[in-house]
Structure formats: structure tokens, C-alpha cells
Design a protein around this ligand. Structure first.
Ligand code: F6R
Length: 606
């Protein structure tokens, strides 16, 4: 969480930094700041401007005009230690005023370090964990900034991506990383630093990815990397194909709506050349001997975990391997039975989720084979996993995940076919499943046509306090995702229940006027779900049903028809009206859809 940008070159740094921050606001948006080295006679002066609130507040500050230097760092914050305030906003300075630092992550031993600094006469002014870093750098500085940063890193426990600038080395930005992402974008006579690629995509497609416990010295025409012991490290440049335009709104009112509408194309890209009807699936996993696995764990958080639940069915049925889905934050603390006969699949849009990373490390240390399904190229999870298969959803900017989910479910189902084929299984059902997968982009496009109907239902429902989503099997899996989306961006309380569970307790909550959304796409369970919905209607519920079945029931308030597909793929289509529903409710409530309160896009703290 929190966003970092840095610039060193011949241009004025401030506009590059502010634009970078604007495109990074999905990472945190409760305060923002910049530090720029301004030339003054033969010297440089460190100027800092920061404030509470969004980047546009900072952008409107007339004093920004005075930041004319060519070297700068910037930050947009998602508060962990200390409330959002000007004093807690980054950049932070050391007591001498010589070192400015921005930091993503959490310094777990900051209280201990604070005591040490105070014992040495330092004063700390903010409530943040970050402020110890510039002061430690100052304490460790003997004229060599690399040495000071590496000494400081050895004292820090926790996670960090940091940038340091100082008038003492005005032609350098020194950066360091552990458990929090940081990339260096390569330009001509200029270089860029960012916590996330989209922040600097407008300037370059060539990147270095920082590895764990690495330091880099970035100059306008030179970049050098070092390990903690200050030995130089060689790195390869990675070319990222995303273009800056795909990180912009392109005429849509919000990123979330744009990303919802991008789903047909994103799914098409994710399928790519990996799947065709008459060939075996190709995911680059040929060297894995899948016959050695007797257990699959799918581990992820939030929406990515919901994608895992949606994929479990195909993995169990086609591969005949028992599959369990775990929340990453729970997995690592429950002593899961993992060994060399276990395949662990991790799912993450950002590739930086701290809980998922911790679970991945645990699985690896227990001897499991790890495959990760990730969207952001080169992210931490991809570098830690034995194998990575990428979703090709393109940059997802809105905090609420939409296209990443549908691409994850698509790719996981392709993975299920891949494993089944490697194990020698084939069937007419599997062949038909491939055909159904290939038809998904067009069917998702048709599901998008429900937008106006969904909007009219949302407009009537937006004053509700509580809402329920029900379904059975995969319709329940998608209900969980619909409910999460609604909570996240509309702040309406909602719950998802397996439809059959309603009568075992939650039905006590149904009273006149309560909205219940039913998902009924599986011919085997649709009638049962409809009976459960009838029970709710009898108690006064107002019901919307998303279905691909021929349902005739005039007690249902609204029926939304979506295209039919294999039941295991139906979440990829049925989630679309649920995403739109959450979106239009939030719009009706005039909320900031892309930046919901208290949330951030990459959750890099545990
Ligand atoms: C929901 C949402 C979150 C993420 C979760 C995992 O809309 O975005 O629930 O799905 O934080 O994030 P990634 O996929 O980046 O690991």
C-alpha cells in the first residue's frame, strides 16, 4: 500500500512526480507529498510540500511552482501508523534536514528504533514508523550513502520500499526494497522510480525490478544495483507491453466501469494461443509431473480467493485431485498438511499481497510445488513461485477488482484442462469445455448488455441498509464475489449465503422490503434455489435473479438473462451483472467508485 514515484533527469521533476502520483492513487489516498532538490547558487536545497487529502489537493498547492529541480521523490499514503495528517504525510526528514525519505511498508521494530534514536539525542515529530528511517540514515552516514542505507536496512525489521534524496548527493536517488514492490523505469538521460509500473508507463516500457534486500543508486544516465553487502548485482531489463493508454479512462466515467467493459477483450487475451479445440493446452508447465500430487491448495485473498473457489470445481472434476481453497491470511497459521505431493496454486492480481506472499513462502518451505496466477508482470509473487502463469487483463486501476477476477477464473479453468490432459484424461465433456471457454468473450459481451436494467434496479435499491446474495455451488461462489463488490464500493452491508443455508438461520433477517439477489445458472440446482427465493419472497423480500435458465415466476421483481455456458464457467458471465449492480448503486449514492474509503489496491501489509 502507499504509492511511490521518483524522477531524475533533465526535466522539471514535479510534473512527472504529480502525474505519477495521480495514476498511483489507487494505492492510497489519505495524504500526499513531494520532495525536490532545488538548485540554489552552487548548491541544492531540499524542498518538501505535503498535505493531508488526495493528490489533487497537493496539485492545487501554488507553492509547487517553486519546485523547479530535476530530482525528486513523491508519495501517496495509505495510513498504517498515525492518522492521515500533514505531519504524518511523506516525505519525512531527518533531524539535520539533509535526508528526505518516502517509504511504503511497515517497520515492525520502529518503537525499538525510536528509543535508540531518542537515546542518541534525536527527536521524532510524527506518529509514523517511517520517520526512524531518515534519522537512522543520518546516524549511519559517514560520507557514504550506500553504506548508510545498507547499515540502516540491517536494522529495519518489516517491509519497505524507500527512496532517499539529499543535497549531499544531488545527482542521485538511492532506493532500497524488502517485501514491498519497487521498479526502476529506464529513459534516455532520465530515469524513473515507482512502486507500480502504471505510474511511469507514459515515459518508458523498459524496467528493472528490484529484488529482495537490494539497494540501487539511480542517476540520470546510470543505474547500479547492490546487495546488502554492497556487492554489485547485475539485472536484466524487462520490457512491459502495457501502454499508457490502457492505464487511462478512455472516455469512461470511472476506471471500474472501463475495466468491467474491458472484460471480453481481457478474457480473449488471457486465453490467447494457450487454448484451441484440437490441441493440448499450452501453459509452459510441461516439466511438472502432475501425477505426483495428491492434493491441491488454492490460496489467495479477497476477490482472487473467490476466483479460486470458482475454479475448484473444474480442478476436482477434470483432474480428480482433491482441492481446497484457503484465505492466505488463514492458511499460514493453520499448519496445513503440505509436502512434496502438494500442488499449491496462488492467485493475485497485484502479485504483491503480503498475506499471499507469506503463504507462498510457507508452501515452498514445506516442499510443495507452487504455481502462481498473477496479473502484474515481474511482481514479487512471480519471482518467488516455481511457475507463474499470467492473466493478461492489462493494468487494473480501480480498487475493486473486476477484469482480474474473470481472467483469473478463465485461466484457472485452462490450468485445470492442462493438468487433466497431462494426467492423460480426455472426455467429450473436456472437449466441449474448451469450446465453451473459447466462446466466453462473446458471451461476456452479451452479459454487459444488461447494464441499463441493472442500473434501474440499483437506483431503486440504493437506499437499502442490508442486502443478501444467494446461490448454490458456483452460483454461491459468484454470490460471494457480488457481495464483496457491493460492500467495497457502496458501503452497504451485504452477505452471501449458500441458498440452502438460508432457512438454517439467516432467513430470520428477511423482512418486508429487503433485497435478495439470487444467482441461478446451474440446471441441476436452479429449482432448489428458486424455492429458497420463494421462501424469501413470502417474507416480503424484493428479489432480483441472474439466470441463464428459462424461469417463469411473476413474483420475482427482476429477471436478468445471461448467456448459457458450462456450469463451471458460469461465474465468468454471471459476475458481470453483479459487478454492474455494485457499480450503479455506488454511483446512485454519489460515492467515489474507484477509490472506496479505507481500501487500497495492493495490500502489502499483513
Ligand atoms: C476486491 C479486491 C481485493 C483483492 C485482494 C487480493 O475487489 O480487490 O479483495 O482481490 O486484496 O489482491 P491481489 O489479487 O492483488 O492479491
Amino acid at each position: 500500500m502507499c504509492g511511490i514515484v521518483g524522477y531524475i533527469g533533465n526535466k522539471k521533476a514535479t510534473p512527472v512526480l504529480i502525474n505519477g502520483l495521480l495514476s498511483l492513487e489507487y494505492r492510497g489516498y489519505d495524504s500526499a507529498g513531494v520532495a525536490v532538490l532545488n538548485p540554489s547558487n552552487d548548491n541544492y536545497i531540499l524542498n518538501i510540500i505535503k498535505d493531508k487529502g488526495r493528490v489533487k489537493n497537493l496539485e492545487a498547492n501554488p507553492e509547487l511552482e517553486n519546485l523547479i529541480g530535476n530530482v525528486g521523490i513523491a508519495h501517496t499514503r495509505w495510513a498504517t501508523h498515525g492518522m492521515p495528517s500533514k505531519g504524518n504525510a511523506h516525505p519525512h526528514l531527518d533531524n539535520s534536514g539533509k535526508f528526505a525519505v518516502v517509504h511504503n511498508g511497515i517497520i515492525e521494530n520502529y518503537l525499538e528504533l525510536k528509543n535508540k534514536l531518542q537515546d542518541n539525542g534525536y527527536k521524532l515529530y510524527s506518529e509514523t514508523d517511517t520517520e526512524v528511517i531518515p534519522n537512522l540514515i543520518h546516524m549511519n552516514y559517514n560520507g557514504d550513502i550506500l553504506e548508510a542505507v545498507s547499515k540502516t536496512m540491517k536494522e529495519l525489521k518489516g517491509s519497505y520500499a524507500i527512496e532517499v534524496i539529499s543535497p549531499l548527493f544531488p545527482d542521485k536517488i538511492v532506493i532500497a526494497k524488502k517485501d514491498s514492490p519497487l521498479v526502476v523505469g529506464i529513459g534516455k538521460d532520465e530515469n524513473f522510480i515507482a512502486s507500480d509500473i502504471p505510474a511511469v508507463l507514459a515515459h518508458t516500457n523498459n524496467f528493472y525490478f528490484m529484488d529482495e534486500e537490494e539497494i540501487a543508486v539511480v542517476e540520470k544516465d546510470k543505474i547500479k544495483f547492490y546487495n546488502l553487502d554492497l556487492q554489485e548485482v547485475h539485472k536484466d531489463i524487462k520490457n512491459i507491453e502495457w501502454d499508457a493508454e490502457s492505464s487511462e479512462k478512455n472516455g469512461f466515467e470511472d476506471y471500474m466501469l472501463k475495466e468491467i467493459y474491458e472484460q471480453p477483450q481481457a478474457i480473449r487475451e488471457t486465453i490467447g494461443s494457450r487454448l484451441s479445440v484440437d490441441k493440448q493446452v499450452e501453459l509452459g508447465l510441461d516439466e511438472i509431473d502432475f501425477s505426483k500430487f495428491n492434493k491441491i491448495y488454492i490460496v489467495a485473498c479477497g476477490t482472487a480467493m473467490h476466483a479460486g473457489i470458482a475454479a475448484k470445481y473444474a480442478l476436482e472434476r477434470f483432474c480428480k485431485i482433491s482441492t481446497e481453497v484457503d484465505m492466505a491470511s488463514e492458511f499460514r497459521y493453520r499448519n496445513p498438511l503440505v509436502d512434496e505431493h502438494t500442488l499449491c496454486i496462488f492467485i493475485s492480481q497485484s502479485g504483491e499481497t503480503a498475506d499471499t506472499i507469506a503463504a507462498l513462502k510457507l508452501a515452498k518451505s514445506a516442499g510443495a510445488t507452487t504455481i502462481s496466477v498473477v496479473n502484474v508482470i515481474g511482481s514479487s509473487i512471480t519471482r518467488l513461485s516455481d511457475y507463474t502463469i499470467y492473466t493478461h487483463a492489462g493494468p487494473e486501476i480501480a480498487v475493486a477488482s473486476t477484469k482480474a477476477y474473470t481472467c483469473q477464473v478463465t485461466l484457472l479453468n485452462i490450468l485445470a484442462i492442462n493438468i487433466a490432459e497431462s494426467l492423460g484424461y480426455s472426455s467429450n465433456e473436456l472437449n466441449q469445455f474448451k469450446v465453451d471457454l473459447l466462446e466466453l468473450p462473446d458471451k461476456v459481451k452479451i452479459a454487459l448488455e444488461s447494464a441499463q436494467e441493472v442500473k434501474s434496479f440499483a437506483d431503486k435499491t440504493c437506499t437499502q441498509q442490508d442486502l443478501y446474495f444467494i446461490g448454490r455451488g458456483l452460483d454461491y461462489a459468484v454470490s460471494m464475489e457480488g457481495s464483496l463488490k457491493l460492500k467495497e464500493i457502496s458501503y452497504i452491508h451485504s452477505e452471501a449465503y449458500a441458498a440452502g443455508e438460508l432457512k438454517h438461520g439467516p432467513i430470520a433477517l428477511i423482512e418486508n422490503g429487503v433485497t435478495v439477489i439470487g444467482v441461478a445458472t446451474n440446471p441441476v440446482t436452479t429449482e432448489k434455489t428458486l424455492s429458497n427465493l420463494e421462501e424469501a419472497i413470502t417474507r416480503g423480500a424484493n428479489v432480483l435473479v441472474v439466470t441463464n435458465q428459462d424461469i417463469r415466476n411473476d413474483k420475482i421483481g427482476m429477471l436478468l438473462h445471461i448467456p448459457e455456458t458450462h456450469p463451471y464457467l458460469s461465474p465468468i458471465i454471471s459476475v458481470v451483472p453483479l459487478q454492474l449492480f455494485a457499480y450503479y448503486i455506488a454511483k446512485a449514492k454519489k460515492l467515489d467508485v474507484d477509490k472506496p474509503r479505507n481500501l487500497a489496491k495492493s495490500v502489502t501489509v499483513e
